[in-house]
Write a protein of this length. Structure first.
Length: 228
């Protein structure tokens, strides 16, 4: 990864930078408010880096419940299985950096890598690495800032976890405005609402299965419309 690639990748990550500043900052505040030291908040963002799962783990870090923690994390991050499959071809020849690219594939990084083509003359692997690394840097730095400021002055953290929802909405709207083909977004939204109505809070995995089935059934039509 070089400075040139970082400069090219950076503008594409600005929406994530904006969202991660508030998300990571809020996470740092929550960790401090729960009584955890600064270094633990930063370490979690370095080695876990799982967004919603990190938020959910705040009350679990002080409780020895490996089975419950595993099931909760699986439920929250099961969506990674499905959109991770769509990255197999993109990551096929990434060599030594493949492990990090897989580790750092968050929702926000995924949304960039599936919608942005690296400019001509830019190594695709380095571009993927630059986007992934920049996004994690934003998260870690924001976490550190939140934990430090939380230690310096008292904060009421009630409701700050809503920033995660706000970021997902922002990304959805951004992608909607950037693309002319809205059928995949409508399939995802409709499938999620249907599964939420049927399964309640356990809707994530059924929704991802339904979205995958519907998108595969519409693949040929979507490809034709995309090239029309």
């Amino acid at each position: 990864m070089d400075i040139k690639t970082l400069r090219i990748a950076f503008p594409h990550t600005i929406p994530v930078l904006t969202g991660y500043f508030f998300l990571g900052f809020a996470y740092g505040l929550l960790m401090h408010g729960a009584g955890y030291p600064f270094w633990l908040a930063v370490l979690c963002s370095l080695v876990v880096y799982a967004g919603a799962a990190q938020y959910a783990a705040v009350p679990l870090l002080g409780v020895f419940d490996p089975a419950g923690t595993f099931l909760l994390t699986l439920m929250l991050n099961a969506r990674h299985i499905f959109y991770g499959l769509s990255m197999l071809e993109k990551y096929r020849n990434t060599g030594k950096i493949k492990s990090y690219l897989i580790f750092s594939l968050t929702d926000e990084t995924y949304s960039i890598l599936v919608s942005v083509q690296p400019p001509k003359g830019v190594d695709t692997r380095r571009f993927y690495l630059a986007v992934s690394a920049l996004n994690q840097i934003y998260w870690v730095v924001a976490t550190a800032a939140g934990a430090l400021l939380g230690a310096a002055m008292p904060f009421d953290t009630t409701g700050v976890e809503f920033v995660m929802t706000a970021l997902f909405v922002t990304l959805f709207v951004e992608q909607w405005l950037q693309t002319k083909q809205h059928r995949p977004a409508l399939i995802g939204l409709g499938s999620s609402l249907i599964c939420l109505w049927i399964f309640g809070q356990n809707f994530i995995v059924p929704a991802m299965v339904l979205i995958t089935v519907l998108l595969l059934s519409q693949q040929s039509r979507l490809e034709r419309e995309g090239t029309a």
